[in-house]
Design a protein around this ligand. Structure first.
Ligand SMILES: [Zn+2]
Ligand SMILES: [Zn+2]
Length: 129
């Protein structure tokens, strides 16, 4: 997920908690639910507070990684992390990869992603056209 989606999720979950709180207590303090409401409302609010916690964690993780894409497959690092392995960075060229894409490319932790042996493709010979 991208940062925006986490923020939308957080706002959405917060609004739902406020709605539940207000409809049961006519108050906007969700923590009052724990003192004054029935068990069902408590559980409902707890579930959404849990969702908010998860969204916050996701937001923190996506902040640390940013909205980067894998240099091998070109897909979002966080969104495809479950299928293609967690994000990792080549220490030589600072490019990000999914762990599995990195290995598939022939990369190793100590040898880098293969950039060390790549020809300098960014510096094309002007006479070679
Ligand atoms: Zn990848
Ligand atoms: Zn590299």
């Amino acid at each position: 997920m991208q940062r925006k989606q986490f923020i939308f999720a957080l706002i959405f979950q917060f609004v739902i908690i406020e709605l539940i709180t207000y409809s049961s207590l006519k108050s906007l303090n969700p923590f009052a639910v724990y003192e004054q409401s029935g068990l069902a409302i408590k559980i409902l609010v707890s579930i959404f507070l849990g969702f908010m916690g998860l969204s916050l964690l996701g937001l923190a993780a996506s902040k640390a990684i940013g909205e980067k894409v894998c240099s091998a497959c070109g897909f979002d690092l966080m969104r495809y992390a479950t299928a293609r392995g967690g994000p990792m960075k080549c220490k030589f060229c600072d490019r990000w990869y999914h762990t599995q894409c990195f290995k598939a490319k022939g990369g190793t932790i100590f040898g880098g992603c293969g950039c060390q042996s790549e020809p300098m493709s960014n510096f094309q010979n002007p006479f070679n056209t």
